[in-house]
Design a protein around this ligand. Sequence first.
Ligand code: CTP
Length: 373
Amino acid sequence: MNNISGKNIVLGISGGIAAYKSVELLRLLVRQGASVRVVMTRNACSFVPPLTFKALSGHEVCVDLFEEGSGTSIRHIEWATEADAVIIAPATANVIGKLACGIADDALTTLMLAVTSPRMICPSMNTNMYENLVLQRNLDRLSDDGYFIVEPGTGELACGTSGAGRMPEPPVIVDRLCRMLSPDDLAGRKVLVTAGPTREPIDPVRFISNHSSGKMGYALAAAAEHRGADVVLVSGPVCIPPPVNVDVVNVQSAEEMASAVLSRTDGVHIIIMVAAVGDYRVSNPADSKIKKSGAGLVLELQENRDILKEVGNRKDRQVVVGFAAETDDLVKNARAKLLKKNVEILVANMVAGKGSAFGADTNQAQQTTLFTV
Ligand code: CTP
């Protein structure tokens, strides 16, 4: 799902305090397999020396307009031509103003006039500057010109105030780059994803749950959003950050997940049920903390509703995708679930070995399909 690997990215850095975050942004891009060339304004060099970016990118940093590129070409033209995407982070009010007016008086702004690939701007400045009408007008103009604008975050700013203007954190910028470089083939489609475990209470301090980390469901929700879908993610309790630009509905128990999903399926085109839903709940959870009695404890469990089966039975031309975590007879069990739950695709996960199922960054799966979508 990483569409950054192997890409030529130009990272433009202008003179704002958030330039220190661009160091981490560069590292993330390189780690994802991109080849990154850095172009800095003279002011940016006052915040972080070019040597830092040179060491981390493995390329010379372009600051001067009249440096020579390889062969006979001029470096900023060569880099502009070869770029698959350009990110300007941080983008100061000055650089935004120049780009909006087509002014090219240094290496970065001149390079931008020669770029034909997708371009992203990450504004970063004091709140009053960001809310200034001139700046907003310039951003609107860049947006109309096809620039992808990443809205700044809100919070504590370097100038001591608090408000809009913070440069988004590097992982968010990388995520927005994935969005910018993805096809828009799910635009106009609504996708509902479930993720994570559920928690079934035993008493106010204990619960029954499972090892699901939520990573698979969150990655699928992000991938659908990158392709332009309108995504709702119904999530059990997890410890990973929410996907950008996805409507997250947090739930705890299987019953809460069932209500959240079943009340949101109208108008949805694709439903992907990745959550590891608890099959059982405690019949009578205690209102107070259960104390040790020295005589063991027997819990009476009752079965939860099968959310996927209910979705499969009531669907109306929707594509429904289920997941199956199995320890034995992978394909046989997955096929049985495909038919029993009336879904189009069942992704069969073997819960075994490194790099598969719960908690890993990779997964191994087999797909059983009723028909191809
Ligand atoms: N699922 C669901 N509601 C449940 C249990 C499971 O919606 N109460 C969904 C899961 O989100 C997954 C699929 O059904 O997409 C298969 O889940 P899995 O736990 O593998 O299967 P179960 O139906 O629970 O069967 P078993 O535990 O007996 O293998």
